[in-house]
Design a binder for this molecule. Structure first.
Ligand code: PGA
Length: 273
């Protein structure tokens, strides 16, 4: 597990963007798993800058998003500021700033008529493109990966999941309050990739910033693997792992010195091209 600690949110965002950009350069038709939330916004901005200023090409990249609220989606009949769908978020924060093709964007459909059938089909689509090369992930304050709330099986697949009170509180503060939407009007369910689905990606890039993530990051990375903190499943992951943290999110980790030593060693002994 490469655990990378940077002083600021900007620096960690740049690092994460570089990991994604390297994947795209290496495999221009790679499949990226994408995440919403406030954490990856800086990385998305940096990728948009790389596209504009350095010609980073998204024209063959395929993307699959982790999750979406049930009952919302790209609903054009809804006033723009009321649409809190993750689809809208992705479009605003990322897709419209790069040259990704619409047909290469896959999003869970919160307005699906038969959500269970949709979930099955979503898993099939991921398989059909050959699986996810690099999955970007945040972590919720309750330890969730995507909307795999505490108690979700660590082998779970894409499905409909009920949101915890903690997640509803966090979302209300981050997004809904500003939009003038009451707690009762907020969606209480979501479609989410399962932990088992996520663990089938070839590489994982997990990000966290801020003091409020410090306790849960320490539990997920250094505590026991448990379905009560679904992000702790990262310890079972067999592919490439990069965890990028800012100083505050890393502040309760016990083995920080070793992680930094490891990064320095890696830099010092990088085989020359
Ligand atoms: P955040 O959410 O990036 O808005 O903190 C992360 C998550 O819930 O996974």
């Amino acid at each position: 597990m490469n655990i990378i600690i940077r002083d600021t949110y900007e620096e960690m965002s740049k690092y994460a963007a570089e990991v994604i950009a390297s994947m795209i350069r290496e495999k221009p038709d790679c499949v990226l798993g994408l995440a919403t939330g406030s954490t990856p916004v800086g990385a998305y901005r940096e990728l948009a800058r790389m596209h504009k200023e350095e010609g980073l090409d998204f024209s063959r990249v395929r993307t699959f998003n982790l999750d979406e609220y049930l009952g919302v989606g790209l609903d054009m009949t809804m006033p723009y500021e009321m649409d809190q769908s993750y689809a809208r978020f992705m479009y605003e924060e990322f897709f419209k700033h790069v040259n990704i093709k619409k047909e290469n964007i896959f999003l869970p459909d919160g307005l699906a008529e038969d959500p269970d059938e949709f979930c099955r089909a979503y898993e099939e689509q991921i398989k059909r493109v050959g699986g996810i090369d690099l999955q970007l992930l945040g972590i919720g304050c309750d330890g969730h990966w995507a909307f795999n709330e505490p108690g979700s099986s660590l082998t779970s697949r894409t499905r409909v999941e009920a949101l915890t009170k903690q997640t509803l509180d966090d979302n209300y503060e981050s997004f809904y309050r500003k939009a003038g939407i009451s707690r009762d009007q907020m969606p209480h369910y979501a479609i989410t990739m399962g932990v088992g689905t996520i663990l089938e990606a070839r590489n994982i890039l997990m990000m966290a910033n801020g003091k409020k993530k410090a306790t849960v990051i320490a539990k997920a990375l250094e505590g026991p693997v448990t379905s009560q903190i679904t992000a702790s499943a990262i310890q079972l992951f067999g592919g490439g792992i990069t965890v990028v943290l800012d100083r505050e999110a890393a502040s309760e980790l016990k083995n920080t010195e070793h992680y930094m030593h490891r990064e320095n060693l890696k830099n010092a002994f990088q085989p020359s091209e």
